[in-house]
Design a protein around this ligand. Sequence first.
Ligand SMILES: [Zn+2]
Ligand SMILES: [Zn+2]
Length: 638
Amino acid sequence: SILAQTPVGKAFAVNKPATKRRRASGMPYPLCTRDSGRGRAACLRPQAAPQPHGRALGAFRSESRNDTLAPAETGAASRKSATRSSALPEVRIRRKEDAMTSDVDVVILGGNIITVDPAHPRAQAIAVKFDRIVAVGQDDEVRPLMGAGTKVIDAHGMTVTPGFIDAHCHPMDAGRRSLLRVDCGPDKASTIADVKRALAERALATPPGQWLLGFGYDEAKLPEKRLLTRSELDEVTLQHPVFIEHSSGHIGMLNTPGLERGNLNRNSPDPEGGKYGRDSAGELDGCVFESGQDQFIGRGAYRGQPLIPDPTPEQDRQAVALASTLAGSLGITGWHEMLADPTILRAFQTTRAHGELHTRVSAYIYIDYLNEITGAGLQSGFGDSMLRIGGAKLLGDGALSGRTAFLWEPYAGTTDNYGVQGASAEMMEAQVLAAHKAGLQIGIHANGDRFIGMVMDAYEKAVGAYPRQDHRHRIEHCSVMTPELLARMKRLGLVAIPFGEYIYYHGEKMSSYGAKRLETMLPHRDFLDAGIPVAGSSDYPCGPWNPLVAIRSCVTRKSRAGDGIGLRQRITAEEVIRVYTLGGAYASFEEETKGSIEIGKLADFAFLSDDPTTVDTERITDISVMATMLGGKLVYEK
Ligand SMILES: [Zn+2]
Ligand SMILES: [Zn+2]
């Protein structure tokens, strides 16, 4: 029915009691009062959100009549609702005929709207009908569209952008980690002693024999500057096997019971495509690199039951819901899930069926499932605007932040370290050919210049054998670039998906690439100048998800320590916003419906406390996401 398709009024009405409670307590209250269970409420709060500041927020707060983003009621609807009990959310029942009238459902007024539409770059007001934008313009142009049933949001000068699209991230992974593992990252633990303490605490609450898991460990951000050792983890517990995942995803750290679960000892030969760390006496030191992790986490070529048991379907649903809530708090309305498998696809569908998926997903499915994808006749674009198949994903060389990207010239300060190739050219070319022939868009992980060249070889051969207009095959990360690769990329019509936030967040690791390579590494300026389509991506959880960190990173090209890295590659905040919205939409063939604030597109917006294009560049990361709208409904409110 029409009613079922247009829950806009209902979504807004639900805000009313939340608003009242917020006033009473002076504390922010989660938007979704229907799910006010303890865990749910907690996860609706933004995590580690920066302190709000700035002109827009000041204006926003000074309005005592309406101290939240909850829309101002108009006319009859307001009078009617005033008589209702405040204990229950108001649900405005609409007749089908009402829904078909020309009144718009939602109007946003008084915004500083960055449209990402070159014909009309700035606007004040937006009108939404159902889940689509029906008008964009000045307040006085949009006001006449309002009717008695229209919900009005006064943006109070806040900056409104299209919802951010993260074109390469791993939301399912991220949600699972937050739900089931100990955060060993620098924001939670600033020394190895902190990491051990956090793990020991969790060990007390974990039945003996069960895995104790950690994630986010990053030695470069700790004073000790080294990986965890087996003996340190043995000190934490010998009652549990321990597995700590490095923030790059390329290294695991185990204690002795963990190594024993994997039947690993000093006589174990290094696996193909990986390595076991050893001390000077040849004993395993507990670190497993690349494919050395596979039997534990069930990744890569490993096809057996992973030693670390998979989460249950119920846990997976909670994990996706948690990730979606977090994304909403960051203004993210679109994900490209870049390593989807049947479990992940199932979890997205279940979460959506539960009404807990508030982020649009394009899923790129791991190439190992190519036969299943093509056998079912699925092609890129299958699905709808909420959940669809993006294409096929191939893995490749090592990690940029792990300094294992596959290079032509050795790493700075070494004579023979070229990184890790990861995948063979023959295998990759065969897989690319098959996926391309099947009509799928393809994304391949490639960091180093040498591997990027191999990826281009594979794409060139496939497109040569089966010419296809507008294939938009992608190079994920596309980190270490050269002028030659850039020209070739343009010629082949490939899409670049570089890390947005890495220069800022992982800047301290970049010196190993040497000054010359840094000039053209993650070359946002070069991509844009060459006319190569480029999308924004975090590879979260390998780096922070927050698009504002990416905006700061791309605008300043400065590390957290303030060191400039490849400054020639700076782009403007306006350009980063475009990359993180329309760029992402283009990268999944969705630029007709997503990525900018234009009539006919989906009503997905981020409301920001300040304007990233005008604030001091060092303060971009202080901007708060005040609200996020998806398809005309507020899915997050600070
Ligand atoms: Zn990758
Ligand atoms: Zn990735």
